[in-house]
Ligand binder design. Structure first.
Ligand code: BES
Ligand code: ZN
Length: 886
């Protein structure tokens, strides 16, 4: 295991390698316990590097078995070898070939990085620094090479042998039970995109003809017995390929595109060139084993990894600080794809919900970092909501600032100028600046400054002069880097909603730049004056959530109710309701902490009823409107001295009151908008099902007897999405039916790991302190295993990240449970352990006794002293939080 002796890596210290590796030939002989890897590297000195400069190759736990340079042995004194490094002290002046033989044990690889074997399948995961677990290499993204891979295995063990690029040859090795396959990838690529797969796999096949007429063979490989669940993923792949041609002019560039779905995988999926490897939960769906959410995820993740072929693979990152260059942009692209496949406003609201739930808390806590960080100890810990989700928001803002056409022109320049490069954010922004003439200097602060900007707006309307004055103020909160923040370029898409609900026009605007209904707010403050406003408007700011900020406007409740009913922007209608709810919920939480009874404005339920009842609105949108802000959002809004029990109580109280007021009306709307009996994954049907589930939630909150009807719905359910929704509600409300249905569900799905994960997660997220005992008991369940990341995420991460009342139990037992699991898991799989450790990221916000208990648990874990670099990095940064040490 790598322990923490590595120095901090700094962006400012970047320099290119002294040597280039032009071609790589790998011969990989797969054996369960002793695989061997022969790497033949053609190496040349880069311009500017002095002759004789030592060649320093990265390794990670490697065993060297052979070494030669231009066919000759390398004397002991001419080299230094450790498991983590191979140094050739004075390489020749001319290009040379280095041949390295290493051996490794794929079955013992529990970290699931590098080459590992699980469920009998050999797989690799090389991003970010896993290639060095396979062979010694310059394992960094700016070392681009052309790879040829020969894979060999026992035929019965691994009839399928896959590599990057196109297949070249394959055959039996006569006189043995082994066979081989050779793959060649003509596109130079960084080592993190390398992959091989070997196993006894089933497959579905298809093909795709690109815009220019190239026929691409498509295949999705999976474990036997699972191929009948690959159809939707294949369909999503073909739609992604077409979409990238139509929207961005990007065609696929190899003869084959293979996807392999494996059941043990740390992450969601990986974009290896021509050979994507997926966690099978993002491939396998059918009506009986996948929920609507699963379908949406499969579509999005398939698209995401496919889109990396251009944004990530053809153009990669110069160094890992530029991670958002590929991830933020690719998330933006997959969000746009899903928006077009489904409903744009519904997708946008869902993305904003996720951003607020994951990225805002990260940005407000000890793990905050810029979209492009400047230092790291462990790069694995920077695959974060900030790099991904905020990174995508920055791309979206770029599109808002430049317009869709300007954005597209800039991207075209980027693809043309940097194809085949390892690029930086500066390179990226320069393409947009050059294509459009825009000055993006201030905009680039979005990549440099951590923290969620806060924008406050007040407005004043003068009917006599028909002028509207708007005063804006922005600030970026303090973050762990201690940097002084500068004002940012914040694009605020807005409308002035008139008394009839139509947007009012306006004349001249002074005091700031306003273009196409976007305010470009660039100073610390601004006072905008709109002339020619003929009636008192309600300003609708931040339409479509045009910037990832916290907006504090001065609208009164009446204004917000008006926007719920009338705003032409669906996001803003939804947002107006969320803001009213948040205000009521923070007030109610405070009341509950004083042992007072909260009271809610009855107009809120009425307004939601108005939306639910409106058959002119998309049922999916109505379902979102009926979903109150989550407990994490409420905690964020409160910001300090947080009591998760009071928050939960407040939210349940509002849900109950809303259910009593409009439950009947909502269930009538559900009847009028029932989905067809037969399951179709289309967004329209999914929306109808979501509305039905939202209605169940309201009924159960206000009327415990509704559990009977929901249990009935469970039994009658024709497909999984209804069954899971019903079970979750009954378990979370501790209804009498819950236990027997949990048993029924277990029996029904005991042989389907992906569905069983839902069984674990539903129990782990049941609110209340008693859930900890349940979760602890489930860790001893025969179906639970710490070696399966999906299982760990389903039970442990769900508990820590999605069960505020359970995890933050007052006696601190939830914290001690989590640190115990982290310590155990860290020995085998540091990257999954580190992901669990982020469950503490908001602990400094908690009220004193919980905060002290969490801190004590973290300190005890830290004091054990033998943590992986991954976990130590997260724990140290979490404990360094200045707000607790002040
Ligand atoms: N490149 C990543 C996979 C990855 C993540 C490798 C972290 C190494 C460390 C891939 O493109 C990705 O982003 N996957 C996401 C899902 C995606 C839809 C956002 C994941 O795995 O969670
Ligand atoms: Zn990605």
């Amino acid at each position: 295991m790598r322990t923490d002796n590595a120095p901090v890596v700094r962006l400012s210290e970047y320099r290119p390698t002294d040597y280039a590796i032009d071609t790589v030939y790998l011969d990989i002989r797969l054996m369960p316990e002793a695989s061997s890897v022969t790497a033949r590297l053609s190496i040349s000195r880069r311009d500017g590097a002095a002759a004789g400069t030592s060649l320093d190759l990265d390794g990670d736990g490697l065993v060297l078995k052979g070494l030669s340079l231009d066919g000759m042995g390398v004397a002991d004194e001419a080299r230094t070898v450790t498991p983590d490094r191979l140094t050739i002290h004075a390489p020749p002046a001319d290009p040379f070939v280095l041949e390295i033989v290493t051996t490794l044990n794929p079955s013992a690889n529990k970290a699931l990085m590098g080459l590992y074997r699980s469920n009998g399948v050999y797989t690799t995961q090389c991003e970010a620094e896993g290639f060095r677990r396979i062979t010694y290499f310059l394992d960094r993204p700016d070392v681009l090479s052309v790879y040829t891979t020969r894979i060999e295995a026992r035929k019965s063990e691994a009839p399928v042998l896959l590599g990057n690029g196109n297949p070249v040859t394959a055959g039996n090795i006569t006189g043995t039970d082994r066979h081989f396959a050779v793959w060649h990838d003509p596109h130079p690529k960084p080592p993190y995109l390398f992959a091989v797969v070997g196993g006894d796999l089933d497959a579905v096949h298809d093909s795709f003809t690109t815009a220019s007429g190239r026929v691409v063979k498509l295949a999705i490989y999976c474990e036997h017995g699972k191929a009948d669940r690959c159809a939707y993923a294949m369909d999503a792949l073909k739609r992604s390929m077409r979409w990238d041609e139509e929207r961005f002019g990007r065609e696929y560039d190899l003869d084959v595109f293979n996807i392999v779905a494996v059941s043990d995988f740390n992450m969601g999926a990986m974009e290896n060139k021509g050979l994507n490897v997926f966690n099978d939960k993002y491939v396998l769906v059918d009506p009986q084993t996948g929920t609507d959410q699963d379908y949406a995820h499969v579509e999005a993740v398939i698209a995401h990894e496919y889109f990396h072929n251009w944004t990530g693979n053809r153009i990669t990152c110069r160094d890992w600080f530029q991670l958002c260059l590929k991830e933020g942009l690719t998330v933006f692209r997959d969000q746009e794809f899903s928006a077009q496949m489904r409903s744009r406003p519904v997708k946008r609201i869902g993305d904003v919900v996720a951003l607020r739930q994951h990225q805002f808390p990260e940005d407000a806590g000890p793990l905050a970092h810029p979209v492009r960080p400047e230092t790291y100890r462990e790069i694995n810990n920077f695959y974060t909501a900030t790099v991904y989700e905020k990174g995508a928001e920055v791309c979206r803002m770029l599109q808002t600032v430049l317009g869709e056409d300007g954005f597209r022109e800039g991207l075209d320049v980027y693809f043309q100028r940097h194809d085949g490069d390892a690029a930086t954010i500066e390179d990226f922004l320069a393409c947009f600046a050059d294509a459009t003439g825009a000055d993006l200097t201030q905009f680039s602060l979005w990549y440099e400054q951590a923290g969620t900007p806060a924008v406050s707006v007040s407005h004043d309307f003068d009917a006599d002069t028909q002028t509207l004055t708007m005063t804006l103020r922005q600030s970026v909160p303090e973050t762990p880097d201690g940097k002084t923040k500068k004002p940012m370029h914040i694009p605020l898409r807005f409308g002035l909603v008139g008394p009839d609900g139509q947007d009012l026009s306006y004349g001249e605007v002074s005091g700031g730049r306003v273009n196409d209904d976007v305010i470009h707010f660039t100073g610390a403050t601004a006072t905008l004056t709109f002339s020619g406003v003929t009636a008192r408007p309600v300003p609708s700011l931040l339409r479509g959530f045009s910037a990832p900020i916290r907006l504090e406007d001065d609208l009164c409740a009446n204004d917000r109710f008006f926007l719920i009913g009338h705003d032409s922007d669906p996001f803003s209608r939804w947002e107006a309701a969320q803001q009213i709810a948040l205000t009521m919920l923070t007030d109610a939480t405070a009341k509950l902490r004083q042992d007072e009874t909260p009271a809610f404005d009855p107009r809120f339920a009425e307004a939601l009823g108005g939306l639910a009842d409106n058959d002119g609105l998309d049922p999916a949108f109505r379902a979102l409107a009926l979903t109150l802000p989550g407990e994490v959002d409420i905690a964020q809004a409160i910001g300090h001295d947080v009591d998760p029990d009071a928050i939960h109580g407040a939210r349940q109280a509002l849900l109950k009151e809303t259910g009593s007021a409009i439950g009947t009306l909502v269930s009538e709307a559900v009847s009028r908008n029932a989905p067809p009996a037969m399951f179709r994954p289309e967004a329209e049907d999914a929306g109808r099902r979501a509305l039905r589930h939202a209605s169940w939630n309201l009924s159960l909150a206000s009327e415990p007897a509704a559990s009977k009807q929901i249990a009935e719905a469970y039994s009658q359910a024709e497909y999984l999405t209804d069954r899971v929704a019903a079970l979750r509600l009954l378990v979370h409300h501790q209804s009498g039916e819950a236990e027997s249905l949990l048993a029924e569900f277990y029996d029904r799905y005991r042989d389907n790991p992906l569905v069983l994960d839902k069984w674990f997660a539903i129990q782990a997220t049941a609110p209340g302190g008693q859930t900890l005992e349940r979760v602890e008991a489930l860790t001893a369940h025969p179906a639970f295993s710490m070696a399966t990341p999906n299982r760990v995420y389903a039970l442990i991460r769900s508990f820590a990240a999605a069960n505020p009342t359970g995890f933050n139990r007052e006696d601190g037992a939830g914290y001690r449970f989590l640190t115990g699991v982290i310590a155990t898991l860290d020995k085998d799989n540091p990257s999954v352990a580190a992901r669990l450790a982020t469950g503490f990221r908001s602990f400094a916000m908690l009220e004193d006794s919980r905060r002290a208990a969490a801190q004590a648990a973290l300190q005890a874990l830290s004091a054990t002293g033998n943590l992986s670099r991954d976990v130590a990095d997260i724990i140290d940064r979490t404990l360094d939080d200045s707000s607790i040490n002040a």
